[in-house]
Design a protein around this ligand. Structure first.
Ligand SMILES: NC(=O)c1ccc[n+]([C@@H]2O[C@H](COP(=O)([O-])OP(=O)(O)OC[C@H]3O[C@@H](n4cnc5c(N)ncnc54)[C@H](O)[C@@H]3O)[C@@H](O)[C@H]2O)c1
Length: 447
């Protein structure tokens, strides 16, 4: 639904007091879901002077934050302590939602086992906050989701409380755009898209984010904001799929795909470089496109680009394992019984996040084939508790001796902290899925 056109003044629309409080930063902000997205956002609102309450259902996270500790590598305990000094509090008590003027929802949106949207975290959050909502608040959803979620799932639940959207309470969707480990951008400098359920909702949304984020980009509806986020992530998934297909073709033809991408990237217009890899990882790119696939079915549309990219990208771990098996074979070895060290558990370089990491699928595929698998990741000391995966392993320190002890070193994630010269010098075989080595060597195989 597009925002209702309105010529009413801010006060008549009912958002006047809220907008004023947001603009003079006397408003209290509630962040729900204190993970990779919610925690940096909390810090940013605290930094610019708002009182912030953080809500999470994870008691361990809440107590760690309240005691000045951090559970995300790139956020220091000192930063959390600084926020506590400025009044930040974390809580599992959702009745405190009535204390704040803005509620920003940053909870997970995964896929279920049928690869369909699992909105259970969002719905559980809305059900938890609705009894405590009051007039004059804004609720903003940031979790990535399909177009229509805000209007179809949040709006009716809030209105069932007897609160009128756009008059009593204000509803927005503003997708998070994080790029963990990118030194060039931080929360405040990444422009933020925002759509409102009504013009008054959008106005409140712009007032909320406008204080904390340098550039807020208004769009005409919550659906447009939801779709914008999906387009961004689908654009990546499709182009990575193309890069992976090019990798497979180049491999067959004996052409260096990285040389080709680097050369193509010298074109000053009309080309954006994307790089191949061992498969998609992270909370977003492997998951978000399928939110649209699911929703598009309701409209009788088949999302062929998304499916094709998904097919190519999800075939990559098996393709890498095939290259690894061939390379071991050339050395008279089989995968069964070989000792294989996987470098990098995180899904991308220089982060500590293993969610949906292709490294884990590679480890499972190799173990299934009888390999003895180990990993090294300077950002993840112990293999973490995960819902679907388990390895009783600790990160191996990279030394001359440890590297020599493996039949194969598989570079899955190209962390800057790895000593690649040491690896090249001492490994019997290196499988390089990230184009780390530009010069060919007898013990290096690209995959
Ligand atoms: N991580 C990223 O880089 C990134 C980037 C853009 C968008 N997103 C999107 O942002 C959303 C959150 O992702 P994330 O990476 O921060 O996830 P996360 O798993 O790191 O954090 C989510 C937090 O929400 C909490 N939570 C779960 N259910 C809750 C509930 N009912 N009430 C309160 N808290 C609850 C969890 O305990 C956890 O602390 C997802 O939709 C994701 O797709 C993530």
């Amino acid at each position: 639904m597009a925002p209702e056109s309105s010529t009413l003044s801010t006060v008549a629309k009912g958002n006047g007091a809220l907008v004023a409080k947001l603009k003079d930063r006397t408003a209290h902000i509630g962040i729900i879901g204190l993970g990779y997205v919610g925690l940096p956002l909390m810090l940013r609102f605290s930094e610019v002077g708002y009182q912030v309450v953080g809500f999470d259902i994870d008691e361990n996270k809440v107590s760690r934050l309240n005691s000045g500790d951090s559970y995300i590598e790139r956020i220091t305990a000192r930063t959390i302590k600084g926020a506590l000094k400025k009044g930040f509090q974390a809580t599992t008590d959702f009745s405190r939602c009535s204390e704040v003027d803005a509620l920003i929802i940053c909870v997970p949106t995964p896929l279920n086992k049928y690869r369909e949207p699992d909105l259970s975290f969002v719905i559980a959050t809305v059900d938890a906050i609705v009894p405590h909502l009051r007039k004059g608040q804004i609720v903003s959803l940031e979790s990535t989701t399909y177009p229509g979620t805000t209007e179809e799932e949040l709006r009716p639940r809030i209105e069932a409380r007897g609160l009128e959207i756009g008059h009593d309470i204000f509803l927005a969707f503003s997708p998070e755009r994080e790029d963990p480990s990118n030194p060039d951008y931080e929360t405040k400098t990444i422009p933020k898209v925002c759509g409102g359920s009504t013009p008054a909702c959008l106005e409140a949304g712009l007032a909320l984010y406008g204080q904390a984020i340098e550039k807020v980009v208004p769009v005409s509806s919550t659906q447009a904001a939801e779709m914008t986020k999906l387009l961004e992530n689908i654009h990546r998934a499709v182009n990575i799929g193309l890069a992976n297909e090019m990798k497979v073709i180049c491999d067959k033809m004996g052409i260096d795909v990285y040389e080709v991408i680097r050369a193509a990237a010298t074109k000053p217009f009309g080309f954006v470089p994307y790089y191949p890899g061992p498969g998609l990882g992270g909370h977003c790119i492997p998951i978000d496109p399928f939110y649209l696939t699911w929703k598009a079915r309701e409209y009788g549309v088949h999302t062929r680009f998304i499916e094709l990219a998904g097919e190519i990208n999800s075939a990559m771990p098996k393709w890498v394992v095939g290259k690894l098996a061939d390379a071991l074979n050339m050395q008279g070895k089989s995968v069964r019984g070989s000792k294989i060290l996987v470098l990098g558990l995180a899904y991308k370089k220089n982060v500590d996040d293993p969610r949906e990491s292709p490294s884990i699928e590679l480890m499972e595929l190799l173990q299934e084939k009888g390999a003895e698998v180990a990993y090294s990741d300077p950002h993840i000391a112990v293999f973490p508790q995960m819902r679907k995966h388990h390895f009783d392993l600790k990160s191996i320190e990279l030394t001359e001796e440890s590297i020599r002890g493996y039949d194969c070193v598989l570079i899955a994630t190209n962390h800057d902290l790895f000593d690649y010269t040491l690896v090249r010098k001492h490994a019997k075989l290196v499988i390089d899925t990230r184009g780390v080595y530009q010069e060919p060597a007898a013990n290096i195989v690209r995959a």
